[in-house]
Design a binder for this molecule. Structure first.
Ligand code: MG
Length: 518
């Protein structure tokens, strides 16, 4: 803790001094690091018109990292700020400026010119980028490039080049901008170019609809490798924000900036965690075989469990509508009367220390026993037997005791066979109808269990005078994750045969580690 604080002070001191010297040297801005780009300004909460000067001013007041706006050109070559190609039913490109400004914005403001907008943006603003979207011309491709050239000239004339970043759906508009100003920051919006291509063409960022990145997650890594700025639009749902934050996006463009601000505060990345492995289940069919292995069998798994775990059985483990489903069925298989699935990341991904998050909705019903837990590689490699190897139970629930969430640690000396395991259980509401985030933060000396980002229980090395060697604290080796739905057995108990099919759903699994200070 002390070390972290010192580090923080050093970083803070560096940022402060760097900022001062930069300001003194070239009048550059020290941008806010909150990654929020207000889409068409910060308009929503105060019911301001989009793209109004008032919405830009509010984004600056709130010290957002960026405020986005849209530029178009009138018939008589005035650059104005408006999203749609029409303003009060008049086609902007075919109407003179004087005729357009006869109509006020809903807050009484005049339709802003780009000049007025930028002058506002450079005044009393040390933190907010002006994210300038140049709309393609509906008249001709050439006119679009002409607009781009005029915008860049104006930005330079107003000495605003350090605050302005250019975005466009038209690739040629961006290329035109770089031709005029090779130092200009440009981000492409259409989503149909790879980060490699952007890099080759001198474009500095990929600002794509978030679904593009969900469909092509490999572009995230590739952008980072190529030093291509990552931005996503227009992100208004908490779940999408969380995903982009987990993936370390540089910017998120949103209409819901207050919500994003809240999500940033609880994001693991804000606390210094780096995503190292994940499955978002954004596909259909069997679980991704590059990420998951099956544990198969019907021998009771040491607990007299009554299910047979099947491999690659589409009715027992499948991804649908963005969620992994683990389904237990009342179905005879070999000597048993229920089938189910037990998925692990063994030989795909293990980690020693880190943060593990599993967003899951538990199945209701007497006799079931869903679990989210970890075992070390050593037990599979047969270098250590259970319980000497250790076991980390992130979430266990048995249907006969609804809503009672159990978290536990097992070791050679402290385990459930002697009822000496380190454990905590407590009722948590609504686990059957709501996806809850079950998580652990695991360091050398402690394992903290969280539900929905709230601390549920903290276990630590040597607690209550417990032995700290491998026999008492074996949590110092690589562990893999297990997701399974058991039926019956020593803990699940008597089975109500009306509960089937019985399904645990998992929205995502994310593993994080700290690259420093861990
Ligand atoms: Mg826009």
């Amino acid at each position: 803790m002390k070390k972290q604080f010192v580090y923080f002070v050093l970083i803070a001191a560096c940022i402060a001094s760097c900022g001062v010297s930069k300001n003194a040297a070239d009048n550059k801005t020290v941008f806010a690091d909150n990654i929020i780009v207000a889409h068409r300004g910060a308009w929503k909460k105060n019911n301001l018109p989009e793209n109004s000067v008032a919405s830009l001013k509010h984004a600056i007041e709130l010290k957002y990292a960026g405020s986005e706006f849209d530029v178009r050109m009138t018939a008589d070559d005035s650059l104005i700020v408006n999203h749609d190609p029409h303003y009060n039913k008049l086609p902007i490109e075919k109407t003179n400026y004087a005729d357009l400004i006869a109509f006020k914005l809903s807050n009484g403001e005049k339709l802003p010119t780009l000049r007025e907008y930028i002058l506002t943006g450079v005044e009393n603003n040390i933190s907010t980028r002006l994210v300038c979207e140049i709309k393609p011309s509906e008249i001709s491709k050439e006119r679009g490039k002409t607009i781009a050239a005029k915008v860049v000239q104006l930005v330079h004339k107003l000495k605003a080049q350090h605050k302005v970043e250019y975005i466009s759906f038209d690739y040629d508009i961006l290329k035109k901008i770089i031709e005029i100003d090779p130092k200009a920051s440009t981000q492409y919006l259409e989503g149909n170019k790879s980060p490699d291509q952007l890099k080759a063409d001198g474009i500095s960022g990929a600002d794509y609809h978030f679904s593009v990145f969900k469909n092509r997650p490999e572009w995230i890594e590739s952008a980072k490798k190529n030093n291509i700025t990552l931005n996503a639009w227009t992100v208004n749902e908490a779940a999408d924000m969380d995903w982009l934050l987990a993936n370390g996006f540089d910017f998120i463009t949103t209409d819901e900036s207050e919500l994003l601000f809240e999500r940033i505060k609880i994001s693991p990345t804000a606390a210094g965690w780096k995503l190292v492995w994940s499955d978002e289940f954004d596909y259909t069919g069997l679980p991704d075989s590059t990420k998951w292995t099956y544990e198969v069998g019907g021998h009771g798994w040491g607990n007299n469990e009554q299910q047979f775990y099947l491999e690659k059985s589409l009715e027992n483990s499948y991804v649908k509508e963005g969620k992994l489903h683990i389904a237990a069925l009342k179905k005879d298989f070999e000597n048993l009367h229920y089938t189910s699935a037990r998925l692990t990341t063994y030989e795909k991904f293990s980690l020693q220390y880190g943060k593990i998050e599993v967003l899951a909705k538990l199945p209701e019903g007497k006799g079931n026993w869903p679990a989210i837990w970890m075992l070390p590689e050593s037990i599979r490699k047969k270098t250590e037997p259970w319980p000497l190897c250790g076991e980390i139970d992130i979430m266990e629930h048995v249907g006969k005791d609804p809503n009672m969430i159990h978290v536990s640690l097992h070791s050679q000396l402290y385990n459930h066979m002697h009822n000496t395991q380190i454990t905590h259980f407590e009722k948590f509401p609504d686990v059957f109808n709501t996806f809850r985030l079950y998580a652990v933060e695991w360091t050398e000396n402690s394992i903290k269990f969280y539900i929905d980002n709230n601390l549920f229980y903290e276990a630590y090395k040597g607690q209550d005078g417990k032995v700290t060697t491998n026999e008492g604290w074996p949590f110092d080796k690589p562990y893999f994750l297990i997701l399974n739905l058991a039926i019956g057995g020593n803990w699940g108990g008597e089975v109500d045969d009306t509960i089937f099919p019985n399904v645990m759903q998992v929205d995502y699994v994310r593993f994080y580690q700290k690259t420093d200070l861990n």
